[in-house]
Design a protein around this ligand. Sequence first.
Ligand code: PEP
Ligand code: MN
Length: 353
Amino acid sequence: MSNEQLSQLRKELDQVNLDILKLINKRAELVQETARAKEKQGANRNYDPVRERNMLDLIKEHNDGPFENATIIHLFKEIFKAGLELQEDNHSKALLVSRKKKPENTVIEINGEKFGDGNEHFIFGPCAVESYEQVAQVAAQVKEKGMKLLRGGAFKPRTSPYDFQGLGFEGLKILKRVADEYDLAVVSEIVNPADIEKALEYIDVIQIGARNMQNFELLKAAGQVNKPVLLKRGMSATISDFINAAEYINSKGNGDIILCERGIRTYEKATRNTLDITAVPILKQETHLPVMVDVTHSTGRRDLLIPAAKAALAIGADGVMAEVHPDPAVALSDAAQQMDFELFNKFMEEVRK
Ligand code: PEP
Ligand code: MN
């Protein structure tokens, strides 16, 4: 073969590449148009296995080689997949919680604190509500520091069924009583969708915990009420899972959602969880929601609370959550990581510097 013939073949190959390029982009446009038509008809699922089987059969019927059918099917499956991904990209851009949908920050006002306004906000309180006296002592400390929110668990999702499960509605009543006495807003976890309605009487922020981040019935129920939700990241949830969990709440009508990074499970044993600190700026970029960091559950270590809180605020978190207990050594849960009042004072001094 002469050099001239070779360069002629190469030219033809280049042209075929360009033809294929034109055709696969044309195909993508048709796929997008089909998706729009289907959406108008109310269908929200793009993948249609029956339709895909028919397309593959038609292609096989017309395949005269030299490629084997299996190779052809593989190549076309890749093209089909890219078409679906294109639609999913468009879809994720349209999430209600995404910054693409709403560029400006969502600001959520709770008892005068405006989460998402660019200032630092704090949520403190014991891991679990144990008694009126215990909660009131913490509330006095929180109040003295000029803070407006009090946390405390009444429904505790514990790893072991034999561990302290919380005081339930009795606990919520204690929180409400203390909150009224000290003019604080209550943040407390709800684990059962059926409890939300009744809990609204006692709490100002519904917390959804890490273990329930993908409890979709709970997310939907929280989406149907008019109360801010503090949504914690699941311990094995990706950032995309986390954003989609927030979307579940928002899709039901409630857009007042604060995201809370609380550490994820990794192979590292030096800390209770691994604080995924860069999740904060990623969540701030991808969504318009306020983002907090729980330094207690992410580290599980008292000696790391101050540096972790500093890191959270430095990287752009809207706030920090931490647990405070009058006597952590005898706490009914999370004894190893709650702050006593002395450390609480130091924590605020250091973090506010
Ligand atoms: C909590 O904040 O009380 C709690 C149980 O945390 P998490 O759901 O993040 O484990
Ligand atoms: Mn705890």
